[in-house]
Design a protein around this ligand. Sequence first.
Ligand code: ATP
Length: 306
Amino acid sequence: MTDYILETKNLTKTYGDKQAIDQVSIQIKRGAIYGLIGRNGAGKTTLLKIISGLAFQTDGEVLLFGERTAKTSNLLERVGVLIEAPGLYPNLTAYENVRLKCIAYGINREGYITSLLEQVGLDYTGEKKTRHFSLGMKQRLGIALALVGEPDLLLLDEPANGLDPQGIIEIRGVLLKLSKEQNITIIISSHILEELAKIVTRIGIIDEGKLLEEIDKEELFEKTKDKIEIKTENVERTIVVLEEQFGIEKLKVIDQETLYVYEKIEESGAINKALVNAEITIHSLAINRESLEDYFINLTGGGSRV
Ligand code: ATP
C-alpha cells in the first residue's frame, strides 16, 4: 500500500487563458495535517476542488489512496469536503442538518449523529436553529457534515476565515482531536501561515497557481529560527563589541537603536554582560523568532496583488 493518501502529478487547470493551477505535484502522507498556504487567488480552492472532484483538471492527474481518480470515481466517497461556506438549512437544527446528509448517504446508526456533533463540540445546541449559530458554530457544523460517512481524507478550504480568535481556537481544537483520535488525514487551506503553523505537520506554499515549496513544520521553524533583538543607545559601539568579543558577523541594523543578531543566540546572556561592561546602555536584549509571515512574504515576493 502506498504511503501517500494523496498525490497530484503536474496538475494543471486553466480558465480561459488564466492558469489557476500550474503543474502542481504534491504528496501527502496518511495521517498528516497538510496546510496549503497562499494569498487570495493563489489557487488553493481550485486545487481542493479538483482533488474532491468538484472541478476537473485541464492536465495532470490525482491519485487518491494510490489510485488514479476519474470523474465518477467512488474513491471520492472517502473524501470529506468543506469548501467555501457550508450549505446549511437555516431553519433546521444541527442534528437535523446532519440527519439529512446521513439519509442521503444511507446511514442510519443509533447515536451516530450525536457522536458527530460531539466531535465538533456542537452536541449541546439542542433545538437551536442554525440560522442563530455563530460563524464558528456553522463552520464546525460544516466539518461534522464533511465527516458523515467516515472519510479518510478531509479537505477544508479556509475554515477559519472570518472567525474571531475564540472561533479559530475551537476549530483548531476540533481538527487536532480528529487527527489524533481518528488519524484522519486533513488538508487545510489558509492565507495566514502563522495560523496554519499551529496545527499542521507539513506545509505547501502556493502562489499564482504554482507550488513554490513543500516543507515540514519542523524545517520551517528551523528556517525561521531565533534571533537576538538588541535595543541599544549606540548601535556602532554595540557592533564593535559583538564583532571583537564574539566574532559575530550575521547581524542586521534595523534602525538607529535596533540590531538583530542571527548567531550565538545561546550566548545572549554573555553578550548582554559584555555590552554592559563596555558601558553601553542597553534598553533591551531579547531572543525573538522571525515571523512566519515574513518568511511567507519573502518567498512569494512580497506585497499584495489584491
Ligand atoms: P481565494 O482564497 O481568494 O479563494 P484561492 O487561492 O482559493 O483564493 P482560487 O479561487 O483557486 O484561489 O483561484 C485561482 C485563480 O483562478 C484566480 O485568479 C481566480 O480568479 C481564478 N478562477 C477560479 N475559479 C474560476 C472560474 N470558475 N472561472 C474563471 N476563473 C476562475
